[in-house]
Design a binder for this molecule. Sequence first.
Ligand code: AMP
Ligand code: MG
Length: 416
Amino acid sequence: MSELLAIETAQQRILAALRPIGSEPCRVEDCAGRVLAEDITSPLALPPFDNSSMDGFCLRAADIAAASTAAPVVLPVSADIPAGAGLPAPLPAGSAARILTGAPLPPGADAVLPVENTDQYGKAGQALPQTVACLAPVKAGENVRRKGEDLQQGQRVLKKGRTLQAQDVGLLVALGFAQVAVMRRPRIAVFSSGDELLTPGQPLAPGKIYDSNRYVLGALLQDAGAEVLQLGIAQDTRASVEALLQNAVAQAPDLILSSAGVSVGVYDFVRQVLEENGALDFWRVNMRPGKPVAFGQYQGIPFLGLPGNPVSAYIGCLVFVLPLLRALLGQPAAAPRKVQATLQEPLQSPDGRESFYRGILTRSGEQTVARLAGHQGSGNLFSLVQANALLIVPAGVKTIAAGESVTAWLLDEESA
Ligand code: AMP
Ligand code: MG
């Protein structure tokens, strides 16, 4: 019997074995969801020039200080300034210019009187009037968007390590970037193992089940920014496992990730092949579910073998692979999405292994309360679907009584 490794130790050993990954250029249209590999400093001020925030007439506020509906101030109209116009000429003293939203403000103008407050309201598409009657005053600076009011040239606007969101992409484009450096996606080769496994679409047969793990792992990894190389299913023979690993190696992934075949069954060839043809670092971790987690390398490529039971594989991926991906992508560890909740029923871990129960958190008045979600067998996926949290019994703790506080790891946000 080899020792049971603490989760944290196992995480560190895995992390230490992985090589850092580099960056690559990425076009802005493809960079949402990617991790920025450089700090972005603004080459421009935004807005890049003073411009109008309204359709109306730009002028000097002082010229129409006394304007009202009863006593309009009439100004000559000296120019028409549509959006996209080049640098406008200075505004002659005592005049107004028709201006549209987003158009550059001419030197000399200090405010924009909205068209609603003029006699030109409702006359869109008409020729430039010779005069405009101003029906209200406007304050200096009103309806003008100043150059640099959003951000200054030279300001750091996006930090290396940030996962780019839609609005970040918008900002990059607004600043004139056509491409940026992003972290290369970690390439993870994924396979399942077991003679009982069928691919979705195949008819179900006696003694067979569908291979759900590969799809769960694929979805988790993809969400976390990895490139997933799906390798299929290894049969429970040494030759089939070896062939699959060979296939994985040929694609030079950053990590090979498998499920099943790493426990103590006579057909558990994955661990055996690793032990004999590669190197096994550890294969038992002090957790439940998911004790048989094998880690090592195969022909120089880090290999992680998760347990076969679907809930164990899922939790193994959350605990070992997702934090690893963040580290590879140069991101700080995710803030733990953990809350305290009051248990409505007791939780046990008789052998003191760190245990993850599928739980359902609900609000009860001021309190968050926790109960178990469905049957807790580690093969039961539906209880995981119903759960919104994992309730944690820490290592060394054998029981948490009803009414006591439990740490709950929120699942909804975790997979978001
Ligand atoms: P093993 O580690 O091979 O002993 O598998 C443990 C359990 O997980 C068995 O009940 C398997 O049928 C099940 N299992 C293994 N691989 C998968 C998979 N890819 N999808 C769903 N269940 C699986
Ligand atoms: Mg098996």
